[in-house]
Design a protein around this ligand. Structure first.
Ligand SMILES: [Zn+2]
Length: 489
């Protein structure tokens, strides 16, 4: 197949003078890619790294093990070097070298492929593909890819193109920008005020009769409800990458998500669409301090993954309900069922939510530790905290206030300290919330969702109680519709 470069003309990049340039050359036959990373003229470094892990995966993968044929260059000429470092992700750079090339094999993390090369497309999630030169992570990064697919090939990436190169603000941005290029790419978009939600279909998208505009509309419902909750969104354009036939799971990014799907009906995907989308707020903006800017050389430990993953699950349910995709009764019954199965699990009797978060790095899979999933426990705790704050504040506040405040504090700034969530829960719910939080998050107390919801006239099976008072009904409406409660009890 014709191999034409996507680099079209070398225009002056004076505004981006201090930058590194990545070029990816996929090889369809071997399913590998040659990556060349070149520093701008006059720039050097002493060390080259591959990431030990990538954001969204809370597990060390050591992507240095996925590359071979590592060769350092000076002015385009190879410089002798040996990989004698004991760290599998670290290479000492020979003096004066300004470029490195290496071959990378296909890999995947827990929730997404990192590199996948097919006869008709290439998909890149940068963490398993792109290394970095020490001292240059905070500079803008340029990207080009050899077009091995010929005319008609299309790219989908959040990265803007400047003078024929895709440009990332820095290394974090490069790794946070999924990239698909080839003959399979289909897109549709929906406007949300001044913002745009784009659905990108690839993989088997051209063979599965999927209406990408329907996927874009469902994605936009998640965006609309999140905007209503938070009052802001941290992007102008957001891309849902639907990987048809590409295996389950989803991986979040600030301006995008990659979701594996086997169906052409986006409503069947609402749970994962709302979950992954809500991550643009909760984990990509509202985040623990180690979760951005990142240190890719070591585990980014936080005791709050129950909040970042489990409370995201809770809001996926709540926001889908507010979008009209489920009724309050269906949502309550689902939440109660989750609560029951959590309370029956042996993990919940032995491991706390904060411990499952901190120790996830000790085990594989990015779900929890010791038999406790921080997704399940976090969703149930989020639900119970929400009800408790509403009850204690007489309906004036809710967990929505905690999310909004965390967003204000973290957007454009550093991540939160792990103690900040408790402080805000007490600030909005009052002093009784402190011991409750401690017993549910740092302790092993069973969470009784029915007890918490009973204050709103909800029956034990999740149906809305017949004896519900007008004020209870108003509080429940406030929860199910996402509006502030203004009545009196
Ligand atoms: Zn998640």
């Amino acid at each position: 197949m014709a191999r034409t470069s996507l680099t079209c003309g070398i225009a002056a990049l004076s505004a981006l003078a201090t930058a590194a340039h990545y070029h990816v050359d996929p090889d369809v036959a071997s399913k590998t890619a040659k990556v060349t990373l070149t520093l701008d003229q006059g720039q050097t470094s002493t060390a080259f790294h591959m990431p030990a892990w990538l954001p969204g995966d809370y597990e060390l993968f050591h992507y240095g093990k996925k590359i071979s044929e590592v060769s350092f260059l000076r002015d385009g000429q190879p410089v002798p070097s040996q990989h004698t470092d004991t760290d599998p992700d670290l290479w000492t750079v020979p003096s004066g070298a300004d470029s490195v090339s290496y071959r990378v094999v296909e890999s995947r993390g827990n929730f997404s492929p990192n590199l996948r090369i097919r006869s008709d497309e290439v998909f890149i999630n940068g963490g398993g593909v792109f290394g970095w030169f020490d001292g240059h992570q905070r500079e803008s990064q340029k990207l080009t890819v050899t077009n091995v697919y010929g005319p008609g090939a299309r790219a989908a990436t959040p990265l803007p193109m400047v003078a024929g190169k895709w440009v990332a603000k820095d290394y974090d941005h490069l790794l946070d920008s999924p990239f698909v290029f080839g003959m399979t790419v289909k897109t549709a978009q929906v406007k949300l005020g001044s913002r745009t939600v784009i659905a990108v279909g690839y993989g088997l998208a051209t063979r599965i009769p999927a209406d990408m505009s329907a996927f874009a509309k469902t994605g936009a419902m998640a965006a609309e409800q999140t905007l209503k909750l938070v009052g802001d969104l941290p992007w102008q354009e957001y891309r849902f990458y639907f990987d048809f036939g590409g295996g389950g799971g989803g991986l979040e990014h600030l301006e995008a998500t990659r979701i594996g799907t086997g169906t052409s009906d986006p409503r069947q995907m609402a749970g994962i669409i709302f979950h992954e989308f809500f991550h643009c707020v909760n984990v990509k903006t509202v985040r623990a301090q180690p979760l951005g800017p990142f240190d890719y050389t070591k585990a980014a430990k936080t005791s709050t993954l129950w909040w970042l993953e489990g409370v995201t699950d809770y809001y996926a349910d709540v926001l889908a309900m507010r979008a009209g995709l489920s009724t309050p009764e269906q949502t309550l019954q689902g939440l109660f069922n989750s609560c029951d199965s959590l309370n029956r699990s042996t993990g919940a009797q032995k491991v706390t939510a904060s411990e499952a978060s901190l120790k996830v790095w000790d085990v594989r899979g990015s779900f929890g530790y010791g038999g406790l999933s921080y997704y399940s426990k976090g969703a149930v705790v989020g639900h119970a905290l929400d009800w408790a704050i509403r009850a204690e504040s007489q309906g004036k506040h809710s967990l929505d206030d905690v999310v909004r405040q965390l967003y204000k504090e973290c957007h454009g700034g550093p991540g939160y300290k792990d103690t900040r969530i408790r402080e805000l829960v007490v600030q909005y719910g009052g002093p009784k919330l402190g011991p409750l939080y401690d017993s549910w998050v740092d302790g092993l107390a069973m969470v009784d969702c029915r007890l918490e919801a009973g204050a709103f006239g909800v029956e034990l099976d999740g149906t809305i109680g017949r004896g519900q008072t007008p004020s209870e009904a108003a509080m429940l409406r406030s929860w199910s519709q996402g509006v502030a409660y203004s009545g009196s009890r």
